[in-house]
Structures are given as C-alpha cells and as structure tokens.
Design a protein around this ligand. Structure first.
Ligand code: FAD
Length: 391
C-alpha cells in the first residue's frame, strides 16, 4: 500500500483514536484541533468530565493497543444506585454476573492518553489551536485559522476525516455544498444539562458508594453522578429549560437553587458545599440528536464520531459508538490494504452501509432511555418500597 496522506480534523476522542490507528496502519497522518493542547492547558469546566466506557468502547482501545493503559484510568461501576427523596438508596446491578460492569473514565485523561500514544508515532503530526473554517471537498483540502495569530493555513491530503464533534464544521461544508443531496436532522430535547462536583471527602475518600452510577430520578428531572479517581464525583443535572416549576429559566438565584435541591435532592446538598457557586459558575449545555447522510463527500471526505451521529447521553454510548466507528472502519480497511491506491469512494460507501443503521438505532434508544431513566427508575423505587412495606 502506498503511504497516503490523511488529514483528521478534530482531536477529541474519536479523532485521536483514529489518528493512532491509521498511523499504526502506515498512513502519514496530520491531526488538527481547534482548541489548545489539553495536556498543557486545563480544559473548560462543564464538559462531561467523566464518561461511561463500556465494552464497545474498550474494543476500539484494544485495537490500538491502549486498553490496559486506559483501564488504569477506570473505576468499575457494577450497577445503578438509585436515590429516593428520603435519601434511601438501592443498587440495581447491571448484570447477574460479577465480572460485568461499565467503567467511569475521565474524558481529558483518556483524550490525553490517546494524544500521547498518537504523538509517539513518527508518522503523526499534531497541530493545535487551528480551527477548520473551510473544506474543499472535491480536492480534499481544508483551511484552518490559527486562534492566536489569526493566520490561515491550508492542508491537502489524499483523504480527509471529519471528527470535529456534534457542531462539525466539516459537516456544515457538506450541507452547504450538496444542498438537497445531503440529508440532515437535528432534534433537541426540552432539557439541558449542567455539571456540578461532589468533592472528595478526607484522604480522597468517596462521599457516597464508589462503584456505581448514581441516579436521582424525579420524573421530569434527574441527577446522575459518576465517580472519579480522586474521590470526587461528577454530577450532571438534567432539567427542562423552561415551562416547569423547576427549570433552568426559573433557577435564577442561590436561594432558588437551594430550595430546589433541598426539596428534590436533600442528600446531595450535604455533599456539595459550594452548590450555588457551582450551579452559576458552570455552563448549561443543550442535548440533541444529529443524523445525516451521506457521510462522505466525493469519495474524499468522511465524517466519523459525533460529527456523523451525535446522540443524547442517556445510554452513555456516544463515545463508545465513536470508538466502535474506528473498529468498523479498521475492519473494512483491512480488506483495502492490498490496493496500491485505496478507492476511498467505494470504501466510504461500504462503511456507511454497514455502520449507519447501528448508529441510527443507538440514537433512538438513547432518547428512549432518557424517559426510562428519569421516570421508570423512579417507578422502580416506588414498587420496591411497596414490596418492602407489604412484605
Ligand atoms: P468530540 O469529543 O466532541 O471531539 C471533537 C473535537 O473536535 C473537539 O476536540 C473539538 O474541539 C474539535 N473541533 C470542533 N470543531 C473544530 C474545528 N472547526 N476545527 C478543528 N477542530 C474542531 N458518551 C459515552 O460513551 N459515555 C458517556 O457516559 C457519555 N456521557 C456524556 C455526557 C454528556 C453530558 C454529553 C454531552 C456527552 C456524553 N457522551 C458520552 C458523548 C460523548 O461525549 C461523545 O459522543 C464523544 O465525545 C464523541 O467524540 P468525538 O471525538 O466524535 O467528538
């Protein structure tokens, strides 16, 4: 196989794993990221600091030989721990088998690991602080602006991969260029999310049970928490933006935030000493599903990860699905490695035909699980309580 030049736009979770894997396959890889290098500059607060990593995601990491290193960053979560309003808890195991669990992992920690591994490859060039502004889809070149100097650079390649996330600039170029030949849908939930932190207890202890995904289901709104290695938990509040007694639009003062938490999550109030500072200091993010097709343009540019299929986080599968993209991509690549010049057009079509039905399915399941988590898990508490009372 000839050494083709590959340009990957977006060095998040999907882009950095793809860069590593393609470099292992012998391609000359340039990976460009709009943000500063997160290994040198602390990343913004409020951006899903930890994530649930499941077996699907681990397969991608295994493929690139980084599974064992990634596992060092993981905390196993054996089940969902449900919290009712009175502070009672019960653990609902994910499986009857002891060795089945999902993992809580730090997003920046995992991203750093993938960037470190990619950087070790002699055939990977990393460029930070450059935002993609335009893609010449037909000729496989992209223009980036340096955030500091404002200078523009253009990079050409044999193929371009858009892994620039849910708000993808690469996808926008496809949308503008192909017009009615490019299908695109974006559906927002009426809820947004906000991250808070339960700090570590003394000596990096945990203020609640460590090995679980914690859920406080309250019907219309919900709180979840995942453990971090330093003893803290990253908490995410899912709340309607408006049209509800308690919604982001109404929680405008520290008193209101405390009133709401005292009523709905009294056990959490004890665990977050700086509740209102956290609440007003961290951004509120939207939750949406993006579907589009075709994922490729002119057989030169392909979308992967959230750029191709952003989903709501209620199955904890967005990153896992993005890593699985790389696994499926690599399986197809295996067949094409014997070609002198890869026919990317055929390759990309084969990839989308195999992959899109699965990413569409997980997108729909994730929305369903939003209702399941906030409503039915609450029902589960109620039924369990009733059983105990009548026993
Ligand atoms: P991203 O991680 O968004 O990376 C895209 C990268 O592209 C970023 O580094 C960005 O800076 C860069 N970029 C953007 N625009 C440009 C540009 N113009 N030029 C250059 N670079 C650019 N998934 C799970 O599997 N488990 C979970 O538990 C989970 N929890 C979540 C919780 C929340 C609240 C949210 C919002 C998401 C969650 N997800 C979870 C989903 C997961 O975060 C995404 O699916 C995953 O990050 C997708 O990876 P990606 O690399 O495709 O996109």
């Amino acid at each position: 196989m000839s050494k083709q030049n590959i340009l990957i736009i977006g060095a998040g979770l999907c882009g950095s794993l793809l860069a590593l894997r393609m470099a292992q396959r012998g391609f000359e890889v340039t990976l460009v990221e709009k943000r500063p290098d997160l290994r040198k500059v602390t990343q913004d607060a409020g951006r899903s600091i930890n994530l649930a990593l499941s077996d699907r995601g681990l397969r991608g990491l295994r493929l690139a030989g980084v599974e064992e290193e990634a596992k060092k960053l993981c905390i196993p979560m054996n089940g969902r721990m449900i919290h009712d309003k009175a502070g009672n808890t019960f653990l609902s195991p994910y499986s009857g088998r002891k060795d089945e669990y999902i993992n809580s992992i730090s997003r920046p920690g995992l991203n750093m690991l993938l960037l470190d591994e990619a950087e070790k490859m002699p055939n990977v060039q990393l460029i930070f602080n450059h935002a993609c502004e335009d893609v010449d889809l037909e000729n496989a070149s992209a223009t980036f602006r340096n955030y500091n100097s404002k200078e523009e650079i253009t990079i050409s390649a044999d193929a371009i991969f858009g892994t620039d996330g849910a708000g993808s600039a690469v996808r926008k170029n496809m949308f503008d260029s192909h017009k009615f030949l490019f299908s695109f849908s974006q559906q927002w939930l009426s809820h947004g999310y906000k991250e808070l932190e339960i700090p570590a207890a003394e000596n990096n202890g945990y203020r609640t049970y460590k090995n679980a995904l914690h859920i406080w289901p309250r019907g219309e709104d919900m709180l979840i928490a995942l453990p971090n290695l330093d003893g803290s938990f990253t908490v995410t509040l899912f709340l309607p933006y408006e049209n509800s007694d308690y919604c982001f639009a109404n929680l405008t003062s520290p008193e209101m935030v405390h009133e709401y938490f005292n009523k709905e999550f009294p056990d959490v109030v004890e665990m977050i000493p700086n509740l209102s500072e956290e609440f007003f200091g961290n951004p509120t993010g939207p939750l949406g599903t993006v579907k589009c097709s075709p994922w490729n343009s002119f057989g030169k540019v392909l979308l992967l990860g959230d750029a191709a299929h952003a989903i709501v986080p209620f199955y904890g599968q967005g990153m896992n699905a993005s890593f699985e993209d790389v696994v499926v991509f690599d399986e197809i690549l295996e067949k094409y490695t014997f070609e002198e010049n890869i026919n990317w057009n055929n390759f990309f079509k084969e990839y989308e035909a195999l992959r899109k039905k699965d990413t569409d399915a997980i997108a729909d399941l994730a929305v369903d699980n939003f209702h399941e988590m906030k409503e039915h898990t609450a029902m589960e508490i109620f039924q369990r309580k009733r059983k105990l009372e009548t026993a």
